[in-house]
Design a protein around this ligand. Structure first.
Ligand code: HEC
Length: 172
């Protein structure tokens, strides 16, 4: 009798997780649950986006768009959509976890053969990337999840005080 009860509970769990999979990416469910002075994280503590019903984006999503556009767009195309040279990151994010993403951006990646030379530069020493890596991640996560469309977000939350402090410390 007990066995049957457990089996039923397991079936419910499978249904619940299948239902949630529509909105998961390489880091799982992106739903924002906690804000640390305007920087949102999901239930696992991974950085994530928070988009209000009227389209207002959190500050980090907005910064991520700007930094993506200045540091990544020239190879990965506008709005994370890819180019003939480098993959569409809005698709990659459906597969990559935060740790995977961080490792590639900091350490780089190469796929060089006789017929092609694809080089993702290592940014570990590049403050213009590393000081904003969470913002870039958050922006691309929002793109992967379909939470925001193309182009610069029109409405954004105010700049949090903690952001300016962290930015000053990081950029030195
Ligand atoms: C000089 C061109 C160039 C720039 C600039 C560049 N990338 Fe890349 N990136 C590439 C190429 C090419 C690849 C594919 C490498 C491979 O296939 O091994 C890649 C791969 C990646 C991947 C792995 C994608 C996957 O599907 O596994 C991530 C993540 C990534 N880049 C993030 C970024 C971010 C974030 C930035 C901006 C901070 C950036 N890249 C800037 C060229 C670039």
């Amino acid at each position: 009798m007990k066995k049957i009860v457990f089996a039923a509970a397991a079936a419910v769990m499978i249904i619940a997780s299948a239902g949630a999979s529509a909105a998961t990416d390489g880091s799982g469910d992106p739903t924002a649950v906690k804000s640390d002075d305007g920087k949102w994280s999901d239930k696992d503590g991974t950085p994530t986006f928070k988009i209000e019903p009227d389209g207002t984006v959190d500050w980090y999503t907005y910064v991520g768009f700007n930094r993506y556009s200045s540091e990544c767009l020239r190879c990965h195309g506008p709005d994370g959509m890819g180019s003939t040279y480098a993959p569409a990151l809005m698709e990659s994010m459906k597969r990559l976890s935060y740790t995977d993403f961080y490792a590639v951006v900091a350490g780089g990646k190469q796929n060089v053969s006789a017929s092609q030379e694809l080089v993702m530069p290592a940014n570990g020493e590049n403050k213009n990337v590393m000081c904003y890596i969470d913002a870039i991640y958050i922006y691309l996560r929002a793109r992967a999840d379909g939470a925001i469309g193309r182009g610069r977000p029109e409405k954004r939350a105010a700049k949090p005080g903690a952001y300016t402090k962290a930015e000053d410390e990081c950029m030195g």
